[in-house]
Design a protein around this ligand. Structure first.
Ligand code: SF4
Length: 73
């Protein structure tokens, strides 16, 4: 399975909720509201299947302020 890191830049995130709506299994808003990647802490390498990776990348692509960084590891 692909290995990635996924980081939501807390300074850039405007809490619009697009990522959490697009990929609710992987992103959630806290009370701030800011988004967080649910599958791993910052810089933590996680394994995801191809379907989940597509979901995560779609959410990142749809973020209006490009706050989500997904890197292959
Ligand atoms: S789509 Fe981008 S700006 Fe909106 S909540 Fe998610 S990370 Fe934040």
């Amino acid at each position: 399975m692909p290995k990635i890191t996924c980081v939501v830049d807390q300074e850039t995130c405007i809490g619009c909720g697009v990522c959490a709506n697009t990929s609710p299994d992987h992103f959630e808003l806290d009370e701030t509201p800011k988004s967080h990647f649910k599958d791993g802490d910052k810089d933590q390498v996680v394994e995801v299947n191809d379907s989940d990776l597509a979901d995560i990348k779609t959410a990142a692509d749809q973020c209006p302020v490009a706050a989500i960084t997904v890197e292959d590891k």
